[in-house]
Design a protein around this ligand. Sequence first.
Ligand SMILES: [Zn+2]
Length: 233
Amino acid sequence: MKKLFLIVGISSIVLSACGVNSDSSNHSNTEDKSSTEEQSNGQNNKNNQKNEQPNIKKKDGITYVDGHVFANKKVDLPSDYAPGENRTARTDLNQLIQDARNDGLDVVFRSGYRSYEEQEQLYNDYVARDGEKAANQYSAKPGKSEHQTGLAFDVGSNKATDDFRKSFGNTNEGKWIKEHAHKYGFIVRYPNGKENITGYQYEPWHLRYVGKDLANEINKQNTTLEEYYNYGM
Ligand SMILES: [Zn+2]
């Protein structure tokens, strides 16, 4: 009997989380517009409250948490989701890189948008090279990569000696990124010590665009997207 109640409870949560939002494309909408529309279904979205029940919507197989596209090891993106690089995010990344250079640092763009097929190829290559277990520590399976959202970027430096290594976090460039990324709307998506939550090793080079408000809040709380929304863990 108890079990039955539990099942009914869970399925109603899942159902209510599947509302359709007609305008969640992250491509050409301004942030103002989409956040106004997000709030139109009777729920107050406050990006400054941790662990509040997030507003979860699914559309065409894509999961939006308070309007933010969600992708991790437990939340997949559909194979036909191909939004391309998000222009707002790229503009803000370029500004970040420019400002870092103005501060005398050597920060460069390394990679950005990857389609499902490109991720599939990359992942298969890693598995062939290092084996599946090792590959899963640093590479996402197709459909689980944030790079498919067009909102994730990898940065490095011209020296490249610490690129795509944890040691990047100890370089002046890595330290600058950690300290300043949120001002440009980015979070270091896979922080040190959060491996059991994000499912990935520390990646001081991988930035995810979430907009300035949320990036500020996540930075201030020293937390992760999963913990902030209490979702996808
Ligand atoms: Zn990355």
